[in-house]
Design a protein around this ligand. Structure first.
Ligand code: GLN
Length: 480
């Protein structure tokens, strides 16, 4: 029998549907892989292997092989509330929180037969680009550069545990969330596929909130076909989330084989910022050649407000975070520190419960929302956000999708960029614009750089046009 853990989601599904592999066989194979590699990678915060095995055994006992994900083991970012299973958001303040309800996205996955192997590690409250702000320790990227004697690189963040778990064959696929790049950037760093759908495609119900106007769930997978399958299950209108969009979910898998002949691809000149690594530029050229050879027409375009996306993001996201995180007061959720007075209890709880990066965001957010600075920062940033959106919409009148790199560098070493928050924030420079505009964007593996580390190509599409992005991504994937 082939090595079960190295199968793609789509391949494993085919075996399951034909009855050639049992759900228990799959769970056992992944459990063994996790037990072996988890101590080094730290990709999971909580494991639910026993529960997955029981569910698998029940499926096998009834020969249950229907559903879109029949008995297929996945990882779930520990930002999705899972009923009865600890959900920490990688924060000390939620280290003992067991949700009494299920997020809509995980409920949909389980309803189609997916089995959860565990909750994957992340940056605390999804704030970070390297998975080093987790209260449960950093995650290691399973990929080494030429000359690395041991695993020493970050997997990206914030969905670093999901990316590492998929890349290391510890699950068939995983969920991620992306506020400013947290699906695409770790996907690029670990050499896997990640798609952030259009804002409103997937319900945010039951996902621990970071910045509500930006947060979106999406899949992290080994292949584009797997991403189409996962997204199919995760997407859809949910009356429990007022920003979820009542639109039918297309059959993305069916559209994958479509021709890309004649598609117009925009090459945004602002996506080569100062300091970008020459390997990234060379890789971008390669993607252009692949799409040109596939019959696409490439045109140079300009998105003039791109340079303002990152500074505006670091006003808007912390502002929303400071408001969302006000709920962790030691009364309603999570941990509580004892103190003499109510005020002192709030202060002690929040001081002990939040890590440094989260505190930094709360301080920034509270500052830009404060009476004297709201107009100068927050309102201004909102206006610039509209200009960023308008740039995209006007460019999309002439192009079908945009092609750019996902990241300005490949995976750096654990410890690098750590003392300088601004250097860390610069990781998001190429992913944040699409987040600010709420557009669908994905990262597909671009092969290796000169150090032997994975890179990603990013495709950004019109609102609700995930399908054409996946089709284009598959052409790129085939060529690598
Ligand atoms: N790295 C970005 C940040 O730290 C994006 C995080 C995310 O998308 N959740 O805010």
């Amino acid at each position: 029998m082939t090595n079960l853990t190295s199968l793609t989601l789509t391949q494993a599904k085919a075996l399951r549907v034909r009855g050639e592999v049992s759900a228990v066989d799959l769970v056992d194979a992944f459990s063994a892989a996790i037990e072996k590699q988890q101590p080094e990678l730290n990709a999971f915060i909580t494991l639910t292997l026993e529960q997955a095995r029981q569910q698998a055994a029940a499926m096998d006992a009834h020969n249950k092989r229907d559903g879109l994900l029949p008995g297929l083991p996945i990882g779930v970012k520990d930002l999705f509330c899972t009923q009865g299973v600890k959900t920490t958001a990688a924060s000390k303040i939620l280290s003992s929180f067991v949700p009494p309800y299920e997020s809509t996205v995980t409920a949909k996955l389980f309803a189609e037969g997916a089995l959860m192997l565990g909750k994957t590690n992340l940056d605390e409250f999804a704030m970070g680009s390297a998975n080093i702000t987790s209260a449960f320790g950093p995650v290691k990227n399973p990929k080494k550069a030429i000359g690395d004697t041991e695993l020493c690189r970050v997997p990206g963040g914030s969905s670093g545990g999901s990316a590492a778990a998929v890349a290391a064959d510890l699950c068939l696929a995983a969920t991620g969330t992306d506020t400013g790049g947290s699906i695409r950037q770790p996907a690029a760093f670990c050499g896997i596929v990640g798609i952030k759908p259009t804002y409103g495609r997937c319900s945010r119900y039951g996902i621990v909130a970071f910045a509500s106007s930006l947060d979106q769930a999406g899949p992290m997978t080994k292949t584009v076909a797997d991403a189409a399958l996962m997204l199919q299950v995760m997407a859809g209108h949910d009356p429990k989330d007022s920003t979820s969009v009542p639109r039918p979910v297309p059959d993305w898998s069916a559209g994958l084989g479509d021709s890309v002949q004649g598609k117009v691809i925009g090459i945004p000149k602002e996506y080569a910022p100062e300091g970008i690594h020459p390997d990234i530029l060379a890789s971008w050229e390669r993607a252009k050649t692949i799409l040109r050879d596939a019959g696409c027409r490439l045109v140079d375009v300009s998105l003039p407000h791109t340079a303002y996306a990152l500074p505006c993001y670091y006003i808007i996201a912390p502002a929303e975070a400071s408001s969302n995180l006000a709920r962790y007061d030691g009364v309603r959720y999570g941990d509580r520190e004892d103190a003499e007075t109510l005020e002192a209890m709030y202060a002690a709880t929040r001081s002990a419960g939040f890590g440094a990066e989260v505190k930094r965001r709360i301080l920034m957010g509270t500052y830009v929302l404060s009476a004297g600075y709201y107009d100068a920062y927050y309102r201004h940033a909102q206006r610039v956000r509209r200009l960023i959106y308008n740039d995209f919409i006007s460019v999309f009148q002439g192009v079908d999708a945009l092609l750019a790199p996902t990241v300005p560098s490949s995976a750096f070493k654990i410890g690098e960029n750590q003392s300088d928050p601004v250097a860390m924030y610069l990781n998001d420079v190429l992913t944040v614009p699409a987040s600010m505009a709420g557009l669908p964007a994905l990262s597909v593996p671009a092969g290796l750089d000169s150090q032997g580390l994975p890179l990603g190509w990013q495709l950004i599409g019109r609102p609700f046009e995930e399908g054409p992005l996946l089709t284009l991504a598959q052409r790129l994937e085939e060529a690598v």
